[in-house]
Design a protein around this ligand. Structure first.
Ligand SMILES: C[S@@+](CC[C@H](N)C(=O)[O-])C[C@H]1O[C@@H](n2cnc3c(N)ncnc32)[C@H](O)[C@@H]1O
Length: 250
């Protein structure tokens, strides 16, 4: 088929949730069951793929596939070529695909190629972490805002242009994605901008996976711990007034 011919396949950009297959949406399950081909990330694999059509081709497009930019271009090309071959394509991404999921690059590639698509939202690891820890993300009066931030820019380091006033706001729940390595530096900046070192912090690792681990501490203590961390599992850091304690048996 030439590039000029219209596409007749379809791409479903499916959010896989944090890893627990029970947190898949019904729409996600239905698209996985109908897929001809599934392109999945490292973090969107495991038991969620048990819902895949047994005849679907499963293609891992995770980190080990190459350098970040080359990998993204390669994924874009694969999405377009699979759809142009008339297949029902599922692009499976962890959590909610619209949150630090590089969704936009793929939307642009599909739009430019004239491929029809849909976006299926899902449970972000941020909400799953809060639920696992037995806390809400917001509270009237004392946590009226929740912010999702990344602890790593394209180089893997703490972004340079941080809005410190926002991040050091004591009346906010902050969720830091991809932030384990840079957290000592982030915590230093937070202290310098007035956030007390005993501000409650939660480290939520592998949420929704069998090795899930939750650690409730303070930003100072967590920064000390993270100085020597070897990251082997995905982890989120939450800090703010709500992280202090979990309710029920959490
Ligand atoms: C590329 S981002 C994708 C986020 C995803 N779209 C979401 O909504 O959860 C990957 C980062 O999300 C966080 N993450 C994803 N899944 C996780 C999980 N099951 N447990 C803890 N953190 C997770 C980690 O910070 C990880 O480095």
């Amino acid at each position: 088929m030439s590039d000029a011919e219209p596409a007749n396949g379809f791409v479903s950009l499916v959010s896989a949730g944090p890893g627990d297959p029970e947190l898949l949406t019904l729409k996600a399950v239905s698209r996985l069951a109908q897929a001809d081909v599934i392109l999945f990330d490292d973090l969107a694999s495991g038991p969620v793929l048990d819902h895949a059509n047994p005849d679907a081709e499963l293609i891992a497009v995770g980190k080990r596939a190459g350098r970040p930019s080359a990998r993204q271009e390669h994924v874009n090309m694969q999405l377009v070529s699979q759809a142009r071959a008339g297949r029902r394509v599922v692009r499976l991404k962890s959590g909610d695909s619209g949150i630090f999921g590089r969704l936009e690059e793929e939307l642009i590639a599909l739009t430019e190629a004239g491929i029809p698509f849909e976006i299926i939202p899902g449970v972000t690891s941020a909400s799953a972490a809060a639920a696992a820890a037995g806390i809400p993300l917001t509270r009237r009066l004392t946590a009226r805002r929740v912010q999702f931030v990344t602890g790593a820019d394209v180089t893997g380091h703490l972004p340079e242009d941080i809005n410190w006033a926002a991040l050091a706001d004591p009346h906010v729940t902050t969720v830091v994605f991809m932030g384990q390595r840079s957290f000592p530096k982030l915590a230093e900046g937070l202290r310098a901008h007035g956030l007390p070192g005993d501000t409650p912090a939660l480290f939520a690792e592998a949420v929704g996976h069998p090795h899930q681990r939750l650690l409730r501490t303070t930003i100072d203590e967590l920064a000390r711990m993270m100085r020597d961390i070897t990251v082997v599992q995905p982890g989120l850091i939450l800090y703010g007034p709500l992280v202090l304690k979990g309710y029920g048996n959490t």
